[in-house]
Design a protein around this ligand. Structure first.
Ligand code: GDP
Length: 175
């Protein structure tokens, strides 16, 4: 199984952001190439693994999903403990999820590693007609806060691979 496969590095990374922005679907798209129309009501932390080859090294990315805990403001410091990277997700069709990015950054800086790699992701880029956040807004916030930035669609599988790989290769460069 994946768990027993040999690897050179194990990187813990976390998904954060408001409820229903698409965190679980980004993860299932990246880890299993699956997309689900209904959000999972599961409560409790879940994670998935994917092995990535960088040069001649094998990196095992362990990606944690909040699995709904953010709804209860119940994400605890153990969620962030040891995480080298974070994917901070908002929904481009709901302005409020973008306004809350600052709140999530604050929490990351409170609980997370100081040099955590953070990728800001505007998800649901396929929903062009209901867009409430311009790509430019995401880009300038990312620039201001010194984050990587990307718009994705877990549904259409756009940039999902790129967003995770950007986070993981960036971690690889600093460890
Ligand atoms: P989470 O609560 O942040 O984990 O969000 P989920 O992954 O459960 O997704 C919430 C809802 O948004 C579900 O109904 C998904 O099918 C939908 N969704 C997630 N990603 C996308 C996307 O890229 N495009 C569209 N159109 N819907 C998405």
């Amino acid at each position: 199984s994946l768990h027993d496969e040999e690897c050179d590095y194990l990187f813990k990374t976390v998904l954060i952001g408001d409820s229903a922005v698409g965190k679980s679907n980004l993860l299932s798209r990246f880890a299993k190439d699956e997309f689900h129309l209904d959000s999972k009501p599961t409560i409790g932390v879940e994670f998935a693994y994917r092995n990535i080859k960088i040069g001649d090294k094998i990196v095992k990315a362990q990606i944690w999903d909040t699995a709904g805990q953010e709804r209860f403001r119940a994400i605890t410091s153990s969620y962030y403990r040891g995480a080298l990277g974070a994917m901070l997700v908002y929904d481009i069709t709901r302005r409020g999820t973008f306004e809350n990015v600052k709140k999530w950054l604050h929490e990351l800086r409170e609980y997370g590693n100081r040099d955590m790699v953070i990728v800001l992701v505007g998800n649901k880029s396929d929903l062009v007609d209901s867009r409430e956040v311009d790509a430019e807004d995401g880009r300038s916030l990312a620039q201001l806060e010194d984050l990587c930035f990307m718009e994705t669609s877990a549904k259409e599988n756009l940039n999902v691979e790129d967003a995770f790989l950007q986070m993981i290769t960036k971690i690889f460069e600093i460890v």
